[in-house]
Write a protein that binds this ligand. Structure first.
Ligand code: ZN
Length: 219
């Protein structure tokens, strides 16, 4: 964010009084523009043991399969949003039973909430889809799924076939490589790769070849 949506003034990042983190603040009118995660709602729509998937006709992930899902709109409930997305993407009415999975997509600043439900009547191909189909567990195009969060939801769904046994939580982060360099001559000492699930050392740390010390710092 570069300009204030209230007055058009320049935005700078500062920590307001009585706050504990930097915010986007207008230099002219002082409006604090809070930026918070967005909610994506989706639904696993079941019919006779199969689930309804949509092949995306839009970016990101054009041509890949997804469960019906999208950004929640103002004025609707989580379940209402999931049902609306199902109607828009698959021209299908769903009788939602319960919420069963929640995925924190940290780097995208999103939370994805998934529901289970039964297909009521038929289905079609919505504007954001190239195709829609019912898939049994064996038929799911696992390698051509659009998003990790949807894959997690499908995996959890098939573990218990949508039984209401609580909400499954998951966290997604892009992997990040931190490089450690010698404090003095800046030669490479090692790399540490971090992911949401685990931390692991990717490259063995070596001694500085110039000064023969092994004190590193990130950077
Ligand atoms: Zn302003």
């Amino acid at each position: 964010m570069k300009y204030c949506s209230s007055c058009g003034g320049n935005i700078s990042r500062r920590t307001p009084e009585d706050d504990n983190r930097e915010r986007a603040i207008c230099d002219d009118c002082g409006t604090v523009h809070y930026q918070n995660p967005l909610i994506v709602v989706g639904c696993i729509v079941e019919s006779e043991g199969k689930v309804l998937l949509c092949k995306r006709s839009i970016e990101p992930r054009y041509g890949y399969w997804t469960i019906p899902a999208g950004f929640m709109e103002l004025g609707e409930t989580l379940a209402g949003g999931a049902a609306r997305e199902t109607l828009e993407e698959a021209c299908a009415t769903v009788d939602i039973s319960h919420q069963f999975a929640s995925v924190d997509v940290i780097d995208a600043g999103q939370v994805h909430i998934f529901f289970c439900g039964k297909l009521v009547g038929g289905f079609g191909v919505g504007e954001e889809s190239l195709d829609t189909q019912l898939f049994s567990e064996d038929e799911i195009p696992w390698d051509d799924l659009a998003f990790h969060s949807g894959k997690f939801a499908l995996e959890k769904y098939f573990e218990d076939r949508g039984e209401n046994n609580g909400v499954h939580f998951h966290e997604l982060r892009r992997s990040k490589t931190v490089v450690f360099r010698c404090l003095f001559c800046r030669c490479l000492l090692g790399k540490l790769q971090t992911t949401g699930q685990r931390r692991r050392r990717q490259v063995t740390t070596k001694q500085c070849s110039v000064l023969k010390h092994d004190r590193g710092c990130a950077g």
